[in-house]
Design a protein around this ligand. Structure first.
Ligand code: GRF
Length: 204
């Protein structure tokens, strides 16, 4: 049986979830897989610096330079195949993947979403907008969800969730920070290990 499965992390921005994954691999929380590759949809994502600091191979498939989604995804698939990737983790990745792509990697793509799905998710709910919606609705509790990715935005099977209290006078930014610290950065690494452990059993 293979020692570890090969993990790719797809990013677009600050990469705090990528950092949590890097730290979790170092601390042994993630032991059934190794982060072999970071793919960024933007060349100025700070996540690339985090990958460099951790000496992890990083590639950029610049979304805005691609003529359409098909060519963008073709570039990503080439990177994944070159590196024999078994599990794809979307960590602050701001692109919606096509049905073709999600079917090609069925049950091998996971994503962290900054709300308790099915609340505040789907088309148009990303980044700070999620927290704005939660505050506008007046919910007392929010949180984060890690789920498998399918063709429906934030629609795949839920793997793990963690609740976070909303405090009086929270702004979207303050709430986003708390949800990242108290939920995303905890359940994403744990979920990656859970899924990697299962995939490792299948890997010949
Ligand atoms: C996080 O709130 C994440 O849930 C969302 O994008 C934000 C930034 O993520 N998808 P990161 O710092 O780039 O990991």
């Amino acid at each position: 049986m293979a020692a570890k499965i090969n993990i790719a992390v797809l990013v677009s921005g600050g990469g705090t979830n990528l950092q949590a994954l890097i730290d979790a691999e170092k601390s042994g929380i993630i032991k059934s897989g190794a982060i072999r590759l970071v793919i960024s949809s933007s060349s100025d994502a700070y996540a690339l610096k985090r990958a460099e600091n951790a000496e992890i191979r990083a590639m950029v498939v610049e979304k805005k330079a691609c003529k359409d989604r098909a060519s963008f995804e073709k570039g990503i698939v080439e990177c994944l195949e070159e590196n024999h990737i078994d599990l794809i983790v979307l960590a602050g990745f701001m692109c919606i993947l096509s049905e073709n792509f999600t079917k090609k990697y069925a049950n091998r793509i996971i994503n962290v979403h900054p709300s308790l799905i099915p609340s505040f998710c789907g088309e148009g709910f990303y980044g700070l907008k999620v927290h704005e919606a939660a505050l506008n609705y007046g919910v007392k509790v929010t949180g984060a969800t890690v789920h498998f990715v399918n063709e429906i935005p934030d629609g795949g099977k839920i793997i793990m969730q963690k609740a976070v209290k909303i405090c009086k006078n929270d702004t979207p930014k303050v709430l986003q920070e708390r949800v990242m610290k108290q939920a995303e950065w905890i359940i994403l690494p744990k979920s990656v290990e859970l899924v990697a452990k299962e995939l490792l059993k299948e890997k010949k």
